[in-house]
Design a protein around this ligand. Structure first.
Ligand SMILES: C[S@@+](CC[C@H](N)C(=O)[O-])C[C@H]1O[C@@H](n2cnc3c(N)ncnc32)[C@H](O)[C@@H]1O
Length: 849
């Protein structure tokens, strides 16, 4: 037996040991020197101690079941460094968990209670913490609980209970409850005493778009527009506020600080936000993979993912806004007012106050608001009442356009405004047509006269009416709009409602003219936007061999201002009027190397990347752009075909696939490079898709739900590819570019998960400049783009708990199920202050791989 065994054992010299690499040999030596290192895993990041950021402060050895101290005793738990590290990281984690709970506000509302719950059920659920009251909204199918806590400790306990217990699998979320008064007694203050009916009413009229959503997934500034402006959450006449805040405090909360202190304040807050990127990417990094260099290096720069290179000042500090959306409602004194609300729906319902002392609002806008307010005082039609969802006058917007080639001097922008567009939002349901006509005529007269008699006179270019019959604050993209004639119309003649298709005003960026339709996005601080775009261009490292994807391009401002620095721009935008503005703007400025595609980025990006990049020639064989395609920016530069959006769609599956792609293809990137069969170009349904599009910029829940259901990813992308009115040019004629860059400038909610996956898995895209008006969502997106992935991504479990996750937590989840692909690295970041006096700030981050 023994002999037989011996015979089976191969002779030692026959065993071929694989050659040890230098790296492996160094690792082995290190482990031999310190055996503890081999098995030790940091308690916080479940990662080898050698690669965690705790260094000597790392205390745990996880190789075994039990935690044990380092055998060499080199970890000193009493050392200052150890204490500091462990304390800060624990505190940071805790802070992240509690991010949405304000422990200073004692009255909370609990969203997501089971429908049949009563006050007693909630009381026992919370183990008696807080005085409770439950309100059921049958119409909205929701039950909300209101709790008044005695102190922060009670809140903490309740939050713990809510984290641990779920009600029938549902997570209950905590939000601040701020009471309003329902009574029609202006001036009466309701005491903040015990929990009562008024508190229950606080959240009962929360906007539909936020009510069903817990606060953690509602954008921090859900009550604000894309550009950081105050939202028109029009208020009921009887709205009163219990928190005495001035409109200046609400609209421009930093106005009390000198400008340099505002910048410092914003910079510090951005530093904290940026650190979240490092922390979360570290947590999301799979155990099997070593931490990327940028995370390891973050230790040297205070935990930042990359350097924050400062904050660029706004050239204009006061009156910089070129667009102001005023709410129409009643002030706390019961006066019909055109101004800003003293809060948003998350904070409860508040009154509308005149825009007095709001330094970001231009004088022109204030004057027009006042003229319109005076008109409303004599109007026979009522202002919109949000509680009862009826009324006529809803919102008043002033858009300003500067004269060309004028350099703004200090704070004196007003006299450079050459054009003004006024947009009046109304709801014409159940309103007598004759009365409406007569009111419009009178309104135009008042506005024209008011502008002419102001000193100095105010420019007035066009008056547009938007007829929005829905309940939600945001009018859908296809909301009817018409232009009112500025010339006086005789009293008994019929008012001609000209469709607003041609209503435009002009503004200028980097000496290019931008012609803007009423609803198209345009940065509200034009001069600061110039700085932002130039910087984005510099960081994008552009040259004539660059193909630039301008994702979420609006009216084409970024692409068009950078067109002369690149070979070609492909812009993607879902607002169809912004796309037609972009095409028109290219034409006006004689730019021929831009193509603007109308569609949601998540629907079109995969196909566009495929169209342009799958046929890339190997480096060095790209054609000479200046001679073969003439696609260089500037007047009269040859090929205008790319701007022709009316040509028919060609089946890309039959087009010549061209020379082999020099980008390594992996199977994941294949997944998203979808071939779309001809039958799927259903023009009609695609057009509908577009027109539905931009009503829902902030559809966070849609994003989140789809993000966690990756099974539908391919189908979704495939189904929704939109080639409406876009021409797929013959691949043989299409220029080839060596340098593929994307500049993304998404709305506050950030990029759609499909866009993220597409960018991440397309190897040709090596550089990405991310511009964001919401650094929180930038950080969340960067977690997904920059975290290394495991060979086998985790299968998304369709996690129902996404509702209770923070943005960063959700991004971590998504990062784990990202297809295996090369991650980006954050390279540099800078802030650009487009919104002085407010908390908002644009942030730009360069990501490379
Ligand atoms: C912050 S703005 C930036 C616009 C433009 N880059 C600029 O600076 O003027 C965001 C733009 O993204 C568009 N948008 C929002 N969601 C989109 C989506 N899913 N796909 C494409 N565009 C989208 C909006 O209509 C808006 O024009």
């Amino acid at each position: 037996m023994g002999e037989a065994m011996e015979a089976e054992t191969p002779a030692t010299e026959e065993i071929q040991a694989p050659a040890e690499t230098k790296e492996a040999s160094e690792k082995r030596k290190r482990e031999e020197e310190n055996p503890w290192r081999k098995t030790s895993l940091c308690s916080y990041f479940r990662r080898a101690a050698g690669s965690c950021s705790h260094g000597d402060a790392c205390r745990y050895a996880h190789g075994e079941e039990e935690l044990r101290p380092r055998p060499d005793n080199s970890w000193d738990p009493t050392s200052e460094r150890a204490k500091k590290l462990l304390k800060t990281e624990a505190a940071e984690d805790e802070e992240e968990e509690d991010k949405d709970v304000d422990f200073a506000t004692m009255e909370k509302c609990l969203v997501g209670l089971p429908r049949k719950w009563t006050s007693d059920s909630l009381k026992s659920f919370l183990d008696g913490n807080g005085i409770v009251c439950v309100s059921s909204k049958k119409k909205k199918g929701m039950t909300v609980g209101f709790v008044r806590f005695a102190d922060p400790e009670q809140i903490r306990t309740a939050v713990e209970i809510l984290k641990e217990k779920t009600s029938g699998g549902k997570q209950i979320k905590v939000a601040d409850a701020i009471r309003r008064c329902q009574g029609k007694k202006p001036g009466k203050e309701y005491p903040l005493g015990q929990i009562d009916e008024q508190l229950c009413q606080t959240q009962s009229i929360i906007d539909d778009s936020t009510s069903s959503m817990p606060s953690s997934v509602v954008d921090d500034d859900a009550g604000e527009n894309d550009d950081g402006s105050a939202h028109n959450n029009s208020l009921p006449a009887e709205g009163l506020i219990s928190k005495a805040r001035s409109v200046r405090d609400v609209v421009t909360p930093l106005a009390y600080m000198p400008y340099n202190e505002q910048l410092e304040h914003k910079k510090n807050s951005l530093l904290q936000t940026l650190k979240r990127l490092t922390r979360n990417a570290r947590k999301a990094c799979p155990d099997s993979i070593s931490l990327p260099e940028w995370i390891l290096k973050s230790r040297d720069i205070g935990g930042l993912p990359c350097k924050l290179e400062g904050i660029i000042e706004s050239p204009l500090i006061n009156g910089y806004r070129n667009k102001c959306e005023f709410s129409v409602g009643y002030s706390s004194q019961g006066k019909c007012t055109v101004g800003f609300m003293l809060g948003n729906f998350r904070e409860g319902i508040t009154a509308v106050e005149e825009p007095i002392n709001c330094p970001n609002v231009s004088e022109i806008s204030c004057k027009f608001a006042l003229i319109f307010q005076e008109f409303l005082e004599s109007s026979v039609l009522p202002v919109w009442n949000r509680i009862e969802n009826h009324g006529f006058w809803r919102q008043f917007t002033v858009r300003e356009g500067r004269s060309p080639s004028q350099v703004a001097v200090a704070d004196n922008l007003d006299n450079q405004i050459a054009e003004v567009m006024l947009i009046i939002q109304v709801c014409s349901s159940d309103v007598d047509e004759k009365i409406m006509q007569s009111e419009f005529k009178r309104m135009v007269q008042v506005l024209v006269r008011g502008a002419a008699t102001s000193s100095p006179t105010l420019p007035l270019t066009t008056v547009v009416v938007q007829d929005h019959k829905g309940i939600s604050n945001v009018a859908p993209a296809d909301c009817p709009m018409f232009v009112l004639p500025l010339a006086e119309v005789e009293e008994h003649s019929c008012l001609e409602k000209v469709p607003a298709t041609e209503a435009r005003i002009n503004d200028y960026i980097n000496n290019l003219q931008f012609c803007l339709s009423p609803t198209a996005f345009f940065q509200v601080n034009t001069l600061a936007a110039e700085k932002l775009y130039s910087l984005a261009g510099d960081w994008a490292d552009l040259n004539s061999d660059t193909l630039l994807f301008d994702i979420c391009c609006g009216t084409g401002t970024i692409g068009l201002t950078l067109a002369h620095r690149v070979g070609m721009v492909v812009g993607i935008e879902m607002n169809s009027s912004a796309v037609s503005d972009a095409n028109r703007n290219a034409e006006i400025n004689g730019i021929t190397n831009c193509r603007f595609v109308c569609g949601k980025a998540e629907d079109v990006i995969g196909s566009l990347l495929k169209e342009y990049l799958d046929e890339l020639q190997p480096h060095g064989t790209s054609s000479d752009l200046s001679t073969t395609n003439g696609m260089v920016g500037g007047k009269g530069d040859g090929n205008t075909e790319e701007n022709d959006t009316t040509t028919t769609v060609t089946d890309i599956t039959t087009s010549d696939t061209g020379p082999e792609n020099d980008c390594p293809k992996d199977k994941d990137s294949e997944q998203i490079q979808l071939l779309v069969p001809e039958q799927q170009f259903d023009e009609k349904s695609n057009v509908q898709e577009i027109s539905k599009g931009n009503s829902n910029d902030n559809n966070v829940s849609g994003f989140l739900e789809s993000s966690l259901d990756s099974s539908g990813f391919e189908e979704k992308a495939q189904e929704k590819v939109d080639f409406d009115k876009q021409k797929v040019t013959d691949s043989a004629l299409r220029p080839q570019f060596k340098n593929i860059v994307a500049i993304v400038d998404p709305p506050r909610v950030g990029l759609h998960p499909i866009v993220m996956k597409t960018i991440r898995t397309h190897h040709c895209l090596r550089r990405l400049v991310y511009i964001s008006c919401n650094p929180e969502s930038l950080v969340a997106n960067a977690i997904e783009l920059c975290t290394p992935t495991a060979d086998k991504p985790e299968k998304s479990k369709g996690n129902k708990r996404w509702r209770s996750m923070s943005n960063a937590g959700l991004a971590r989840q998504r990062a784990k199920s990202m297809p295996n692909s090369e991650p980006f690295q954050p390279v540099r970041a800078v802030a650009v202050d487009l919104f002085p006096h407010t908390q908002h700030c644009e942030m730009v981050m360069l990501l490379e791989r």
